[in-house]
Design a protein around this ligand. Structure first.
Ligand code: ZN
Length: 167
């Protein structure tokens, strides 16, 4: 009988702990993910002075600088262009969101799809501050982007068609 009561007491203590632990954890774990929500309100896009690749790349580089200045992530930026207009912008947010996949290209794809109300981006091109990694290259493939351009050494711009899991 004593053993029976002891087990029940242990179970009550254990169940009580389940409710207390999340409350304690919420005090300890910093709320670093809040910045991820700031895109719920779409920031207005300032179009470049001229509709040409050099100006789209320039905007991507400015977003990369913004990523560094805000401490959101490593310095990478990207824009999605349709019909000469920037329709989506992204910057690396890996630090701000604790998300290793929050690369600028993925951020720009999500932003453009949200603004255009579409699931894929046929008829759009992406301009990046640097060569996309394999994950972003594949994301561009799944987004069905027509072409991707990135800033290479000096002022050179390199272009390619996104392919699945390119090595
Ligand atoms: Zn990437």
């Amino acid at each position: 009988m004593n053993g029976e009561c002891g087990r029940a007491g242990c179970r009550r203590k254990f169940l009580g702990g389940l409710f207390v632990l999340p409350a304690i954890a919420s005090l300890i774990v910093p709320r670093v993910g809040v910045k991820a929500q700031d895109r719920e309100e779409l920031e207005p896009i300032v179009q470049p002075a001229r509709q040409d690749p050099a100006h789209y790349i320039e905007r991507a580089v400015a977003l990369a600088d913004l990523s560094l200045r805000r401490g959101d992530g490593t310095g990478y930026g990207a824009v999605v262009v349709k019909g000469g207009l920037i329709v989506g912008e992204g910057r690396n947010r890996t630090i701000a969101t604790n998300d290793p996949t929050a690369h600028s290209e993925v951020d720009a794809i999500r932003d453009a799809c949200r603004r255009l109300g579409v699931q894929t981006l046929q008829g759009c091109e992406m301009y990046c501050s640097a060569r996309p990694c394999q994950m972003c290259d594949t994301a561009c493939y799944w987004a069905r982007l027509d072409r991707v351009h990135f800033k290479s050494a000096g002022t050179n711009i390199v272009s390619f068609e996104p392919r699945y899991a390119r090595c």
